[in-house]
Design a protein around this ligand. Structure first.
Ligand code: FAD
Length: 569
């Protein structure tokens, strides 16, 4: 999108007075834009309009306030209108909703909720940071008392009061994404029995199905009931004060409260009625400086569409980091600097009752959706630190990379310790357009209690390099039902007896050097062990003895996850 040169920042406004920058929405994107702009330009007048009662509050902390982990509501208030005024000379008007934009006149209409009056405010620059609204499906009963979405401090206050006043003991969370799962954790902290109703066959939709399996098993082990592959049909009043959630399958789930966590939708009404361009994904279209199709109007945060740096496609990504960075970029652009927003790569983490799930870049299903086919993947299950130091916990890690250049496309990890650290390293490598060779070579912290001389990130890189060089050809698990390859499980007989791939034969690595002649040279051999390491040793041995061997990446541990996700028979 290009804009006329006259749209560049000018030191004063059309009236000759200080240039007026008006910001709609005073939380992540809006507040960071206001504060950054003031640090760059003392001359502009900055006014933030916030529909709700608070600015700059920690919406990410709301679930933890419900769970009493953050007991004091005031801890959620990162900055007040007074701080904005005193520290930044930014005027904040809370409980003031912007209801319209007149682009020609360069004015907005605002409704003062306290006075109950509307008025018109002129702007030189307008910044839209209205966020995204929780999706409320048009189904019977979603507006009943006791049905909540979680977006604002008043929402978390209402949920807390409802739990306390009704002595709530049972909740249904509709939607198993980030916010749904954070609510699950916190409702469990409050000792409520929780059922998750999720339309997809998995929780955490950004993950590939097999990577969500350890999380689903963990939720089950923590007493959370999962009803997957079943959507919400309606909510009814139940016995007494209770509610009854009726699923599409007809299942009837009694609850004292219901949390709707079905995702969010960019708040674009203002932009749409003002005739600003929207993008293909329904967010406000912006250029790399966060400028909309109107050169005097910027937009940031959950409401906008941005470029996914991995797939190159437009996306909406409702996360706090991008919203804050975009607010900063917009401020710099408004101040006349040439800063650009790089795009997003969907780096995210969620903690659920002791388990951490994190991901960055594209998932396998995301790549397929985007039409990318030239990629490979490895699975590994290393300890989060050296195995000889007590307390090592497994990290389940999947790395996706492009073939043949090895560019890192994405990674997902699940485990109890050290998960987000590994994903952050890989996320940084993606930012710098890194390849799997960079991961193999990365010099990372190591002492026994923190990592390993070959950190899980290094290992992931090394495995991927081995795939690229042909040192470790990998087989595609999903081809198992169709292959005529011989599946050779190289674990010890006791391990094999405890569970194996149905068509596998057992030839332990410890006997391979003596018995490899028993294997057919004319057939492909797909080699499997528990996590992939012994199979790698066996694959190398067999390849050097003239066999066509491939590793089944991640071994039987990955097989079990794929099977639980119905991806292999
Ligand atoms: P918001 O922060 O939502 O701010 C928009 C503000 O604009 C709202 O306060 C709204 O009242 C106001 N507004 C809207 N329209 C108008 C109008 N017409 N006039 C005046 N004001 C208006 N992200 C993470 O990265 N990690 C997390 O752990 C995480 N946890 C979350 C947990 C919860 C419960 C929620 C709700 C979100 C979470 N997020 C998390 C997402 C993150 O909070 C958002 O991505 C981020 O706040 C978006 O910033 P924003 O400025 O675009 O919108």
């Amino acid at each position: 999108m290009s804009h006329p040169a006259d749209s560049q920042a000018s030191p004063t406004g059309t009236t000759g007075a200080a240039r007026r920058v008006l910001i709609v929405g005073g939380v992540a994107g809006g507040a960071s834009c206001a504060a950054r702009l003031r640090r760059l330009d003392e001359a502009v007048a900055i006014v933030v309009f916030e529909r709700g009662p608070y600015v700059s509050f920690a919406n990410c902390g709301l679930p933890y306030h419900v769970g009493n982990v953050i007991a004091d509501e005031r801890s959620l208030l990162v900055a007040s209108p007074e701080i904005f005024r005193e520290r930044f000379n930014v005027e904040v008007q809370t409980e003031t909703e912007v209801t319209g934009i007149d682009r020609k006149a360069r004015t907005i209409t605002v409704r003062d909720g306290r006075a109950g009056r509307s008025r018109v405010e002129p702007y030189d620059v307008l910044v839209l940071a209205p966020g995204a609204a929780p999706i409320r499906p048009p189904l019977p009963g979603v507006d009943l008392p006791g049905v909540f979405a979680v977006r604002s401090i008043p929402d978390s206050r209402r949920i807390r009061s409802w739990i306390a006043e009704r002595h709530a003991s049972k909740a249904v969370v509709v939607g198993g994404g980030f916010i749904g799962l954070e609510m699950v954790e916190n409702l469990r902290h409050r000792k409520l029995a929780v059922t998750v109703l999720e339309k997809l066959p998995q929780v955490m939709p950004p993950l590939d199905p097999e990577m969500a399996v350890p999380l689903m098993e963990h939720l089950g082990a923590q007493g959370v009931e999962l009803r997957l592959g079943d959507g919400l049909a309606r909510i009814e009043r139940g016995d007494g004060d209770g509610l009854l959630v009726v699923a599409e399958s007809g299942a009837r789930l009694p609850a004292d409260l219901v949390i709707l966590a079905l995702g969010v939708r960019p708040e674009t009404a203002l932009a749409k009625y003002a005739g600003l361009d929207l993008g293909p994904r329904g967010g406000i279209a912006v250029d790399a400086q966060m400028r909309t199709s109107d050169p005097h109007i910027w937009a940031v945060g959950d409401a906008v569409e941005v470029r996914d740096v991995v797939t190159g496609q437009e996306t909406v990504l409702p996360l706090a980091g991008p919203a804050n960075r975009q607010g900063r970029v917009a401020a710099e652009a408004i101040a006349g600097r040439a800063t650009h927003f790089r795009g997003v790569q969907a780096t995210a983490v969620v903690g659920v009752l002791g388990l951490t799930v994190a991901s960055t870049g594209a998932s396998e299903k995301g790549l397929r959706r985007a039409g990318v086919t030239s990629f490979q993947k490895v699975y590994l299950h290393p300890g989060h630190h050296a195995g000889y130091y007590p307390g090592a916990r497994r990290i389940h890690l999947k790395l996706l990379f492009s073939v043949p250049d090895g560019r890192i496309l994405g990674a997902q990890a699940v485990g109890r310790e050290g998960v987000e650290k590994r994903i952050d390293v890989i996320a940084t490598a993606i930012q710098f357009h890194g390849t799997v060779r960079d991961l193999a070579e990365a010099e990372l912290c190591y002492a026994p209690q923190y990592g390993a001389a070959k950190d899980p990130v290094n290992l992931a890189g090394m495995l991927a390099v081995n795939v690229l060089t042909g040192d470790m050809p990998v087989a595609d698990w999903t081809e198992l039902p169709r292959t005529d390859a011989v599946v050779v499980d190289v674990r010890e007989p006791g391990e094999f007896a405890a569970g194996h791939i149905p068509q596998a034969i057992n030839l332990p690595l410890s006997q391979l050097r003596d018995r490899y002649g028993e294997l057919p040279k004319e057939r492909d051999l797909w080699v499997c062990c528990m996590v992939g390491q012994r199979a790698y040793y066996a694959t190398r041995f067999l390849m050097q003895h003239g066999y066509r061997a491939r590793n089944l990446p991640g071994g039987y541990t990955t097989y079990r996850a794929l099977k639980a996700a119905a991806m292999v028979p």
